[in-house]
Ligand binder design. Structure first.
Ligand SMILES: C[S@@+](CC[C@H](N)C(=O)[O-])C[C@H]1O[C@@H](n2cnc3c(N)ncnc32)[C@H](O)[C@@H]1O
Length: 240
């Protein structure tokens, strides 16, 4: 996927000076720390230089470099699309891919991407996504994270609930051979989610891409080779 890596080189190999942020009178200590981290984050700089809307884009690029699920994706659902970095990566890796994304928050338009501003947990969301995509997906990606409330156990449970609902959606809609990639939290997919994925996919792996901050409990589960539901047509032809 070298085409999508611009001249920025390795994000972590940036030269240059460490920027210090002066504590403005109205800025809290935690927002000063956040700003300082942003200004000194090589992935933030690289995203700006390469035109990606989020540093999260590099997590998908790194996961794809390792697992290779983007090249053959033709119809992709992006759960938690905003601000749009992952969909940009999908379209860059595969300009013929159709994408439908959903988020609670508005997302600026991206060519070739249908965007729904809606809660994925809403009962109407699955049908709305398939209608917007125009077909069953062959790849479902989810970077959804619940708004953290500062209570690690609650945050973990809420993000796992999102990942489980995303996995159910993938199992209900994917074409045979399809793939599912989702953010989970430390410890990986919980037992129930892992069981569902192992029953339905030939390969289930966990990975923490280098772009995922070391201190963050975030981890990704990558499930490939969807076995199908017995009622689905075969996977797209490569030449389609
Ligand atoms: C880490 S961001 C996604 C970043 C994105 N992958 C990118 O590269 O730009 C997580 C997103 O999940 C969304 N989200 C959280 N819960 C959601 C829900 N129930 N339905 C839809 N989106 C949700 C949030 O609004 C947030 O925009």
């Amino acid at each position: 996927m070298s085409g999508r890596k611009g001249g920025g080189g390795s994000a972590s190999g940036r030269g240059g000076l460490h920027e210090r942020v002066k504590t403005a009178r109205r800025r809290t200590a935690s927002s000063t720390r956040w700003l300082q981290r942003q200004l000194n984050d090589p992935y933030v700089r690289r995203a700006q230089a390469e035109g990606y809307r989020s540093r999260a884009a590099y997590k998908l690029i790194e996961l794809d470099d390792k697992f290779g699920f983007l090249k053959k994706a033709r119809a992709v659902v992006d759960l938690g699309i905003t601000p749009g970095g992952w969909s940009q990566v999908v379209r860059k890796a595969n300009p013929r891919a159709r994408v439908a994304g959903i988020d609670l928050l508005a997302c600026e338009p991206i060519e070739g991407v249908a965007i729904l501003e809606m809660d994925f947990m809403d009962d109407a969301a699955p049908d709305a996504l398939i209608e917007a995509l125009g077909s069953a997906p062959d790849l479902v990606i989810s970077d959804m994270a619940a708004n953290t409330v500062g209570h690690p156990q609650t945050d973990h449970l809420r993000t796992i609930a999102l990942a489980e609902t995303a996995a159910d959606f993938a199992v209900q809609t994917l074409l045979p051979g399809g793939a599912f990639v989702a953010k989970v939290f430390a410890g990986g997919a919980d037992r129930e989610l892992l069981m569902l994925l192992k029953q339905n996919f030939t390969s289930v792996k966990h990975a923490k891409p280098p772009a995922s901050r070391k201190g963050s409990p975030e981890l990704y589960v990558i499930a490939q080779g969807f076995k199908g539901r017995g009622d689905t047509a075969p996977e797209h032809d490569e030449g389609e």
